[in-house]
Design a protein around this ligand. Structure first.
Ligand code: CA
Length: 229
């Protein structure tokens, strides 16, 4: 099945280039040049992905994004901003209104494609399995963000949650501190011992009532979620 894309871009030449490129990549591309119409288009097409220009006639990209995020039926559609503005503040503002990602013009089509595919994978994943299970002892709901150990609610901070999620998605796999920093903290400058601190707290939080410690410390290598019974 083809992926439905709504491309909201008033610059004709760019719209044509992108439409041609993505149709070759097996997308169904609908182009909209007017900001106000974009919202109606999104509602009637229910696209899998929306590429949204920043500056548009009648309604700005940022306003369209904000409205999509509050419109039933399309509020979870992945949105990527196409912005000519290089200012960090604008990018952050875009992400603040609920966009999933952005690219700055001029961008490479291949890079945009890679980002779109990553977003589509993520949104498919979150629709498919909302719940992660680990050996009948931990459950994690990815929609409600609730974690339970032996049926009891466990409170985790966001980083602890992300760590546990990564472990649960890769049971037994050993992650080095650097890998964890990269996957959980991204590119931000954080010291490796931050990982240890968070792992310690995660351990404490999920090992309730003297339940077995499930996180294995692998000396000089890193951490993993134990698969040995
Ligand atoms: Ca524009």
């Amino acid at each position: 099945m083809k992926t439905k894309m709504l491309l909201v871009e008033d610059e004709n030449s760019l719209a044509i280039v992108l439409k041609t490129f993505f149709e070759k990549q097996n997308f169904n591309v609908e182009v909209e040049k007017d900001g106000e119409n974009a919202l109606f288009q999104a509602e009637s097409l229910k696209p899998d992905i929306i590429l949204l220009d920043w500056m548009l006639p009648n309604l700005s990209g940022i306003e369209i994004c904000r409205q999509i995020r509050t419109t039933k039926g399309i509020k979870k559609t992945p949105i990527i901003f196409l912005t000519a503005k290089g200012e960090e503040e604008d990018k952050l503002r875009g992400l603040d209104t609920g966009a999933d990602d952005y690219v700055t013009k001029p961008f490479s089509q291949m890079e945009l494609l890679a980002r779109i595919n990553a977003l589509l994978r993520r949104s498919k994943q979150s629709n498919l399995d909302d719940e992660l299970f680990y050996k009948n002892t931990i459950t994690m709901n990815l929609k409600t963000l609730r974690v339970k150990r032996e049926g009891k609610n466990v409170k985790l901070n966001p980083k602890e949650f992300d760590l546990l999620r990564l472990f649960m998605e890769n049971p037994g796999k050993v992650f080095s501190r650097d890998q964890l920093l990269d996957k959980i903290w991204g590119n931000i400058n954080v010291e490796p011992r931050t990982v240890d601190v968070h792992i310690r707290r995660l351990r404490k939080n999920i090992n309730i009532n003297k339940t077995k410690d499930l996180i294995r410390t692998v000396r000089s290598s890193g951490y993993s979620l134990d698969i040995v019974k």
